[in-house]
Design a protein around this ligand. Structure first.
Ligand SMILES: NC(=O)c1ccc[n+]([C@@H]2O[C@H](COP(=O)([O-])OP(=O)(O)OC[C@H]3O[C@@H](n4cnc5c(N)ncnc54)[C@H](O)[C@@H]3O)[C@@H](O)[C@H]2O)c1
Length: 259
Protein backbone atom coordinates (compact mmCIF):
# COMPACT_ATOMS: atom_id res chain seq x y z
CA UNK A 1 0.00 0.00 0.00
CA UNK A 2 1.38 3.46 -0.88
CA UNK A 3 2.06 5.98 1.89
CA UNK A 4 -0.51 8.59 2.86
CA UNK A 5 0.35 12.06 1.58
CA UNK A 6 0.13 15.38 3.38
CA UNK A 7 0.83 18.91 2.12
CA UNK A 8 2.05 21.45 4.66
CA UNK A 9 2.54 25.12 3.75
CA UNK A 10 4.95 27.36 5.64
CA UNK A 11 6.82 24.15 6.36
CA UNK A 12 10.24 25.81 6.71
CA UNK A 13 8.95 27.87 9.65
CA UNK A 14 8.77 26.99 13.31
CA UNK A 15 5.23 25.57 13.52
CA UNK A 16 5.08 24.28 9.92
CA UNK A 17 8.31 22.30 10.33
CA UNK A 18 7.08 20.77 13.60
CA UNK A 19 3.80 19.78 11.91
CA UNK A 20 5.67 18.28 8.93
CA UNK A 21 7.91 16.22 11.25
CA UNK A 22 4.95 15.10 13.37
CA UNK A 23 3.01 13.93 10.31
CA UNK A 24 6.11 12.20 8.92
CA UNK A 25 6.54 10.42 12.26
CA UNK A 26 2.99 9.09 11.81
CA UNK A 27 3.84 7.58 8.43
CA UNK A 28 2.86 10.36 6.02
CA UNK A 29 4.94 11.43 3.08
CA UNK A 30 4.89 15.18 3.68
CA UNK A 31 5.29 17.69 0.88
CA UNK A 32 6.74 20.65 2.74
CA UNK A 33 5.95 23.82 0.76
CA UNK A 34 7.49 27.17 1.67
CA UNK A 35 8.78 30.31 -0.01
CA UNK A 36 12.07 29.13 1.44
CA UNK A 37 12.35 25.81 -0.42
CA UNK A 38 14.09 24.25 -3.45
CA UNK A 39 12.56 25.22 -6.81
CA UNK A 40 12.89 21.68 -8.09
CA UNK A 41 11.46 19.20 -5.63
CA UNK A 42 13.60 16.14 -5.07
CA UNK A 43 12.28 12.95 -3.53
CA UNK A 44 14.84 12.33 -0.78
CA UNK A 45 15.05 9.11 1.15
CA UNK A 46 13.19 10.74 4.07
CA UNK A 47 9.48 11.31 4.38
CA UNK A 48 9.58 15.12 4.13
CA UNK A 49 9.89 16.55 0.61
CA UNK A 50 10.80 20.25 0.70
CA UNK A 51 9.62 22.33 -2.24
CA UNK A 52 9.35 26.03 -3.05
CA UNK A 53 5.78 27.32 -2.90
CA UNK A 54 4.37 30.83 -2.88
CA UNK A 55 0.85 30.49 -1.49
CA UNK A 56 -0.08 33.91 -2.92
CA UNK A 57 0.64 32.82 -6.50
CA UNK A 58 -2.35 31.02 -8.00
CA UNK A 59 -0.38 29.41 -10.85
CA UNK A 60 2.27 28.18 -8.43
CA UNK A 61 -0.36 26.68 -6.12
CA UNK A 62 -2.21 24.96 -8.99
CA UNK A 63 1.08 23.61 -10.37
CA UNK A 64 2.26 22.29 -7.01
CA UNK A 65 -0.99 20.55 -6.10
CA UNK A 66 -1.04 18.89 -9.52
CA UNK A 67 2.60 17.80 -9.10
CA UNK A 68 1.89 16.28 -5.69
CA UNK A 69 -1.14 14.40 -6.97
CA UNK A 70 0.69 13.11 -10.08
CA UNK A 71 4.15 12.40 -8.68
CA UNK A 72 3.77 11.79 -4.93
CA UNK A 73 0.23 10.50 -4.45
CA UNK A 74 -3.32 11.52 -3.57
CA UNK A 75 -3.32 14.20 -0.89
CA UNK A 76 -5.16 13.22 2.29
CA UNK A 77 -4.20 16.07 4.59
CA UNK A 78 -3.56 19.78 4.02
CA UNK A 79 -2.13 21.98 6.75
CA UNK A 80 -2.10 25.73 6.03
CA UNK A 81 0.72 27.04 8.23
CA UNK A 82 2.32 29.74 6.02
CA UNK A 83 1.91 33.15 7.58
CA UNK A 84 3.42 36.60 7.90
CA UNK A 85 3.14 39.31 10.54
CA UNK A 86 3.84 43.02 9.98
CA UNK A 87 3.28 44.68 13.33
CA UNK A 88 2.26 48.34 13.49
CA UNK A 89 -0.73 50.50 14.31
CA UNK A 90 -3.23 51.13 11.54
CA UNK A 91 -2.62 54.89 11.32
CA UNK A 92 1.05 54.30 10.58
CA UNK A 93 0.58 51.39 8.20
CA UNK A 94 0.51 51.41 4.41
CA UNK A 95 -1.87 49.79 1.95
CA UNK A 96 1.07 47.62 0.88
CA UNK A 97 1.44 46.31 4.46
CA UNK A 98 -2.25 45.44 4.61
CA UNK A 99 -2.22 43.74 1.22
CA UNK A 100 0.94 41.76 1.93
CA UNK A 101 -0.50 40.32 5.15
CA UNK A 102 -3.91 39.54 3.61
CA UNK A 103 -2.25 37.98 0.55
CA UNK A 104 -0.42 35.31 2.53
CA UNK A 105 -2.64 34.75 5.56
CA UNK A 106 -6.06 34.92 3.88
CA UNK A 107 -5.74 34.62 0.08
CA UNK A 108 -3.01 31.99 0.44
CA UNK A 109 -5.27 29.84 2.61
CA UNK A 110 -8.09 30.31 0.07
CA UNK A 111 -5.95 29.30 -2.92
CA UNK A 112 -4.29 26.22 -1.44
CA UNK A 113 -7.46 25.03 0.31
CA UNK A 114 -9.52 25.45 -2.86
CA UNK A 115 -7.12 23.41 -4.97
CA UNK A 116 -6.73 20.65 -2.41
CA UNK A 117 -10.47 20.64 -1.58
CA UNK A 118 -11.23 19.80 -5.21
CA UNK A 119 -9.06 16.67 -4.90
CA UNK A 120 -10.36 15.64 -1.45
CA UNK A 121 -14.03 16.08 -2.30
CA UNK A 122 -13.72 14.04 -5.49
CA UNK A 123 -12.29 11.16 -3.41
CA UNK A 124 -14.68 11.78 -0.50
CA UNK A 125 -11.82 11.59 1.99
CA UNK A 126 -9.38 13.86 3.78
CA UNK A 127 -8.89 16.73 6.18
CA UNK A 128 -7.77 20.36 6.10
CA UNK A 129 -6.33 22.15 9.13
CA UNK A 130 -5.60 25.87 9.02
CA UNK A 131 -3.24 27.44 11.54
CA UNK A 132 -4.90 30.78 12.29
CA UNK A 133 -4.20 32.64 15.55
CA UNK A 134 -5.89 33.49 18.82
CA UNK A 135 -5.68 37.06 17.46
CA UNK A 136 -8.46 36.06 15.04
CA UNK A 137 -10.93 36.22 17.90
CA UNK A 138 -9.82 39.26 19.91
CA UNK A 139 -8.77 42.82 18.98
CA UNK A 140 -4.99 43.39 19.17
CA UNK A 141 -3.05 46.67 19.38
CA UNK A 142 -0.55 46.87 16.51
CA UNK A 143 -1.78 43.70 14.85
CA UNK A 144 -4.99 44.78 13.09
CA UNK A 145 -4.13 43.48 9.62
CA UNK A 146 -2.79 40.23 11.05
CA UNK A 147 -5.88 39.70 13.25
CA UNK A 148 -8.20 40.50 10.32
CA UNK A 149 -6.33 38.14 8.03
CA UNK A 150 -6.50 35.33 10.58
CA UNK A 151 -10.22 35.93 11.17
CA UNK A 152 -10.68 35.61 7.40
CA UNK A 153 -8.63 32.40 7.28
CA UNK A 154 -10.56 30.89 10.18
CA UNK A 155 -13.95 31.80 8.77
CA UNK A 156 -13.05 30.62 5.28
CA UNK A 157 -11.82 27.27 6.60
CA UNK A 158 -14.95 26.66 8.67
CA UNK A 159 -17.30 27.65 5.83
CA UNK A 160 -15.37 25.32 3.55
CA UNK A 161 -15.88 22.62 6.18
CA UNK A 162 -19.61 23.07 5.83
CA UNK A 163 -19.41 22.83 2.04
CA UNK A 164 -17.24 19.71 2.19
CA UNK A 165 -19.10 17.91 4.99
CA UNK A 166 -21.40 16.05 2.53
CA UNK A 167 -18.24 14.61 0.98
CA UNK A 168 -16.86 13.40 4.33
CA UNK A 169 -14.01 15.93 4.21
CA UNK A 170 -13.30 17.74 7.49
CA UNK A 171 -11.97 21.31 7.85
CA UNK A 172 -10.79 22.67 11.18
CA UNK A 173 -8.72 25.52 12.61
CA UNK A 174 -5.97 25.58 15.21
CA UNK A 175 -5.51 29.02 16.73
CA UNK A 176 -2.25 29.27 18.63
CA UNK A 177 -1.27 31.97 21.04
CA UNK A 178 2.32 33.10 21.57
CA UNK A 179 4.51 30.26 20.36
CA UNK A 180 8.30 30.09 20.54
CA UNK A 181 9.22 30.66 16.86
CA UNK A 182 11.12 33.27 14.80
CA UNK A 183 7.79 35.07 14.21
CA UNK A 184 7.23 35.61 17.93
CA UNK A 185 10.84 36.69 18.45
CA UNK A 186 10.44 39.31 15.74
CA UNK A 187 7.17 40.52 17.28
CA UNK A 188 8.64 40.67 20.79
CA UNK A 189 11.31 42.94 19.35
CA UNK A 190 14.34 41.24 20.80
CA UNK A 191 17.27 41.05 18.43
CA UNK A 192 20.35 38.90 18.93
CA UNK A 193 23.73 38.63 17.20
CA UNK A 194 23.74 39.36 13.42
CA UNK A 195 20.31 41.00 13.72
CA UNK A 196 18.65 37.60 13.96
CA UNK A 197 15.47 37.73 16.03
CA UNK A 198 15.82 35.78 19.24
CA UNK A 199 13.49 35.67 22.19
CA UNK A 200 15.49 36.79 25.23
CA UNK A 201 14.38 36.09 28.78
CA UNK A 202 13.01 39.60 29.38
CA UNK A 203 10.91 39.50 26.20
CA UNK A 204 9.60 36.05 27.08
CA UNK A 205 8.63 37.19 30.59
CA UNK A 206 6.78 40.18 29.16
CA UNK A 207 4.75 37.96 26.82
CA UNK A 208 3.89 35.50 29.60
CA UNK A 209 3.01 38.23 32.11
CA UNK A 210 0.95 40.25 29.62
CA UNK A 211 0.99 43.95 28.82
CA UNK A 212 -2.05 45.76 30.31
CA UNK A 213 -1.33 48.92 28.33
CA UNK A 214 -1.93 46.82 25.19
CA UNK A 215 -4.91 45.04 26.80
CA UNK A 216 -3.05 41.74 26.70
CA UNK A 217 -3.85 39.49 29.60
CA UNK A 218 -0.81 37.22 29.64
CA UNK A 219 -0.82 33.44 29.60
CA UNK A 220 -2.65 31.75 32.51
CA UNK A 221 -0.70 28.50 32.10
CA UNK A 222 2.45 30.55 32.68
CA UNK A 223 4.54 29.69 29.64
CA UNK A 224 4.82 30.16 25.90
CA UNK A 225 3.59 27.42 23.60
CA UNK A 226 6.33 25.28 22.10
CA UNK A 227 5.88 24.34 18.44
CA UNK A 228 5.14 20.77 19.51
CA UNK A 229 2.11 21.96 21.51
CA UNK A 230 0.63 23.40 18.33
CA UNK A 231 1.71 20.50 16.11
CA UNK A 232 0.02 17.98 18.45
CA UNK A 233 -3.30 19.84 18.09
CA UNK A 234 -2.94 20.01 14.30
CA UNK A 235 -2.09 16.33 14.00
CA UNK A 236 -5.04 15.40 16.21
CA UNK A 237 -7.51 17.34 14.04
CA UNK A 238 -5.98 15.84 10.88
CA UNK A 239 -6.20 12.31 12.25
CA UNK A 240 -8.98 9.74 12.34
CA UNK A 241 -9.20 10.32 16.11
CA UNK A 242 -11.01 13.56 15.16
CA UNK A 243 -13.28 11.83 12.65
CA UNK A 244 -16.46 13.47 13.99
CA UNK A 245 -14.96 16.96 14.40
CA UNK A 246 -15.36 19.56 11.69
CA UNK A 247 -15.88 23.36 11.34
CA UNK A 248 -14.17 23.64 14.74
CA UNK A 249 -11.64 26.15 16.01
CA UNK A 250 -9.26 24.78 18.65
CA UNK A 251 -7.50 27.53 20.60
CA UNK A 252 -4.04 26.52 21.83
CA UNK A 253 -2.94 29.54 23.86
CA UNK A 254 -2.60 28.46 27.47
CA UNK A 255 -5.81 30.31 28.30
CA UNK A 256 -4.56 33.70 27.04
CA UNK A 257 -7.83 34.67 25.35
CA UNK A 258 -10.08 33.03 27.96
CA UNK A 259 -11.66 30.67 25.42
N1 LIG B 1 4.56 32.07 16.55
C1 LIG B 1 3.43 32.52 17.08
O1 LIG B 1 3.42 33.05 18.20
C2 LIG B 1 2.12 32.32 16.33
C3 LIG B 1 0.94 32.58 17.03
C4 LIG B 1 -0.28 32.41 16.37
C5 LIG B 1 -0.31 31.98 15.06
N2 LIG B 1 0.87 31.74 14.40
C6 LIG B 1 0.76 31.29 13.01
O2 LIG B 1 1.40 30.04 12.86
C7 LIG B 1 1.86 29.90 11.51
C8 LIG B 1 3.34 29.53 11.55
O3 LIG B 1 4.04 30.62 12.13
P1 LIG B 1 5.50 30.49 12.80
O4 LIG B 1 5.42 31.08 14.14
O5 LIG B 1 6.01 29.10 12.62
O6 LIG B 1 6.26 31.54 11.89
P2 LIG B 1 7.56 31.41 10.98
O7 LIG B 1 7.85 32.80 10.56
O8 LIG B 1 8.60 30.61 11.69
O9 LIG B 1 7.03 30.54 9.75
C9 LIG B 1 6.19 31.04 8.75
C10 LIG B 1 6.62 30.39 7.44
O10 LIG B 1 5.73 30.83 6.39
C11 LIG B 1 6.50 30.98 5.24
N3 LIG B 1 5.84 31.88 4.26
C12 LIG B 1 5.66 33.21 4.36
N4 LIG B 1 5.08 33.67 3.24
C13 LIG B 1 4.87 32.60 2.44
C14 LIG B 1 4.31 32.43 1.14
N5 LIG B 1 3.87 33.47 0.42
N6 LIG B 1 4.24 31.18 0.61
C15 LIG B 1 4.73 30.12 1.32
N7 LIG B 1 5.30 30.22 2.53
C16 LIG B 1 5.36 31.45 3.08
C17 LIG B 1 7.81 31.58 5.73
O11 LIG B 1 8.86 31.40 4.77
C18 LIG B 1 8.04 30.80 7.02
O12 LIG B 1 8.84 29.64 6.81
C19 LIG B 1 1.62 31.25 10.84
O13 LIG B 1 0.45 31.18 10.07
C20 LIG B 1 1.44 32.20 12.00
O14 LIG B 1 0.67 33.31 11.65
C21 LIG B 1 2.08 31.89 15.01
Amino acid sequence: MSARVALVTGAAGGIGAAVADALAARGYVVVAGDLDGPATPVRPAGAVVPVRLDVTDEADVVRLVRWVEDEVGPIEVLVNAAGVLRPGVVTESSLADWQAVLAVNATGVYLVSREVARCLSSRRRGAIVTVASNAAGVPRVGMAAYAASKAAASSLTRSLGLELAPYGVRCNVVSPGSTRTPMLAALAGSVGPDDVAVLDEAAESRVVAGTPQDFRLGIPLGRLAEVQDVADAVVFLASDAARHITVHELVVDGGATLR
